[in-house]
Write a protein that binds this ligand. Sequence first.
Ligand SMILES: Cc1cc2nc3c(=O)[nH]c(=O)nc-3n(C[C@H](O)[C@H](O)[C@H](O)COP(=O)(O)OP(=O)(O)OC[C@H]3O[C@@H](n4cnc5c(N)ncnc54)[C@H](O)[C@@H]3O)c2cc1C
Length: 244
Amino acid sequence: MSYRLHIPKTLQEAVQIKKETGGTYLAAGTDILVNHRHKDDLIALEKIPGLSSIEEEKDYVRIGSLVTFNQLEKSSLVKEKLPALWQAAYNTAGPQIRNRATIGGNIGCFSPASDSVTALLALDAEVELFDGKTCREKLENLHFLDNTAMITSVLVPKRFGFSAFEKVGKRNAMSVSVINMALARNGSEVRIATGCMGPQVILCKDPSSVLEFLYPINDRWGTIEYKTAVARKLLDKLTKEAGL
Ligand SMILES: Cc1cc2nc3c(=O)[nH]c(=O)nc-3n(C[C@H](O)[C@H](O)[C@H](O)COP(=O)(O)OP(=O)(O)OC[C@H]3O[C@@H](n4cnc5c(N)ncnc54)[C@H](O)[C@@H]3O)c2cc1C
């Protein structure tokens, strides 16, 4: 397999290369390079400044798209204000992958097993995109990326007094989830997200109807019966912890 690697130094340059080559954005490559999902040119984002920090804003925590799971895990701000995201980061893969894999790449995979996406959906996160100009989109409305759009940061609201994330996997935290679930609560506002139980991470705002929205399949990770039983247990645990 051969391909050209571009290493732009600005957002504008990256978008221009994407327009000209139709290439694929490359963050850490723990998904695309492992799964050989790119067809042609790769556009590495690592030299673009300003994408690797975690900052507190008035109502949000702003997380750059190149922030790694290791950075999330080490961040006291994330641990304190966004516990569900911290738990998702802590439980993602093993240390080697966590040192490299990015939050932008986790979203960009659009995988139903992306652990951070489950936490971010529960926390009502927004994504900042750049395609020559900047725009913002709620993560729950983002099902694919248009043409040249690049994720530059994730904005996670701080308003949820309670949030938590649970994951069941084949080997504890070393591989993708068999099922994961996150719940965030701010008074009467409740958001529950579940991964691996459909073609994408599923969001539900009513705890009493979560199980109706799940449609697991039999696969090498588990049977429909197993996954449904685990989902019931996780939902029970999370709703109890949230005081529901
Ligand atoms: C052994 C192993 C274990 C794993 N365990 C887990 C796990 O427990 N939980 C989990 O969720 N995942 C897991 N993964 C999957 C993977 O590591 C994560 O999804 C990771 O977050 C991908 O990030 P990355 O930076 O490597 O993305 P890349 O592989 O570089 O990119 C992934 C996709 O996102 C796109 N992309 C990347 N950045 C951007 C951007 N800024 N804007 C637009 N598009 C972008 C790319 O074009 C590509 O399509 C595992 C992978 C391996 C190999």
